[in-house]
Ligand binder design. Structure first.
Ligand code: CP
Length: 336
């Protein structure tokens, strides 16, 4: 069964074909690629963009989307195996995934980490459970990676720079946020930027903010294959200098996972990682570097109003592209 769990599972040719098809959907949005077909969108966490763009995308292709929130409007689900289910869960992922597969043609799953124990969360059990038992393709709507966001970001960069992104200086910068957030988008940005052959700098305050070894490893593997490069920097100005792209995200330091009060004193000293006009002025051609972020974004915490309102800010294009790339992913999976 072909799923879309991570871009790393798909070949470069497949990803390029999806991006080409997404561009075609952007030019001509309506079709019947999903006529008579449906998708279940299973949300364990809130969403604005993902939910809206998948629902609208299915409708624009003549299909239908059903949104479910287990524990709220659907039964709570058990994901462990061999457990005595005498807690909150009313049914097991085995039955949930197999039953949904009898009704729908695709299943999308959003399940953020529980933020208690990274060794557990990094197993991505919810997504893995759906993928194991579903008999229809499963799409990752953000768990510990966010592959749909990767594609939307890639399409936005292609729109500005053309299809060949090799040699572009790409900065993935950590930013301050009052809460310790998911590493999913950072893992994904590192994955797709290295896959596309860019010269990638991971800018973070110190070694404690490095990403999980799985994603650092994917990035190393990608640069070896794509001809790009990867470096880690803690020097803000050096990282921004001559950058073609600055992509911002906040995330919790993995050594403090589940012990966030202990991270907080360090985090509170790092507000200067905000993306501001002074830093963006260091980017290519006297400040013409592109800025993006997956959204939602707290203005004047992660990035200033001036950066967000700049013509070089492509966050809205990237958010729009979620619709187009996801239609391309759904159409491709339905074609088998
Ligand atoms: N970027 C993104 O996935 O947005 P939502 O959380 O609103 O879906």
């Amino acid at each position: 069964m072909k799923h879309f769990l991570n871009t790393q599972d798909w070949s470069r040719a497949e990803l390029d074909a999806v991006l080409d098809e997404a561009a075609a959907f952007k030019a001509s949005p309506l079709g019947q690629q999903m006529a008579g077909k449906s998708i279940a969108l299973v949300f364990f966490n809130p969403s604005l963009r993902t939910r809206t763009s998948f629902e609208i995308g299915a409708t624009q292709m003549g299909g239908h989307a059903v949104v479910l929130a287990p524990g709220k409007d659907a039964w709570p689900i058990e994901f462990d195996f061999g457990t005595v289910m005498d807690g909150e869960a009313e049914e097991h992922i085995a039955e949930v995934a197999m039953v949904l597969s009898r009704y729908v043609d695709l299943i999308g799953v959003r399940a953020f980490p529980k933020f208690v124990d990274w060794s557990v969360d990094r197993q991505d059990k919810v997504l893995a459970g759906f993928a194991k038992y579903a008999t229809v393709p499963v799409i990752n709507l953000e768990t510990i990676t966010h592959p749909c966001q990767e594609l939307a970001h890639a399409l936005a960069l292609r729109e500005r720079f053309g299809k060949d992104l090799r040699g572009r200086k790409y900065v993935l910068t950590w930013t301050y946020h009052p809460k310790a957030l998911n590493t999913a988008v950072a893992n994904s940005a590192l994955t797709i930027a290295t896959r596309l052959g860019m010269d990638v700098t991971l800018l973070c305050p110190n070694e404690q903010y490095l990403l999980d070894e799985r994603y650092m490893g994917w990035a190393q593997q990608n640069v070896a294959e794509s001809g790009g490069s990867l470096q880690v920097s803690h020097d803000i100005d050096a990282a921004y200098r001559d950058a073609d792209v600055v992509y911002a995200k906040s995330w919790g330091a993995l050594p403090y996972f589940g012990n966030w009060e202990a991270e907080k004193p360090m985090r509170e000293t790092l507000k200067h990682f905000i993306v501001d006009e002074r830093k963006m002025a260091l980017t290519r051609d006297g400040g013409k570097g592109l800025f993006s972020h997956c959204l939602p974004l707290r203005r004047n915490v992660k990035a200033t109003d001036g950066v967000m309102d700049s013509p070089n800010c492509i966050v809205i294009d990237e958010a729009e592209n979620r619709l187009h790339v996801q239609k391309a992913v759904m159409a491709r999976l339905l074609r088998g």
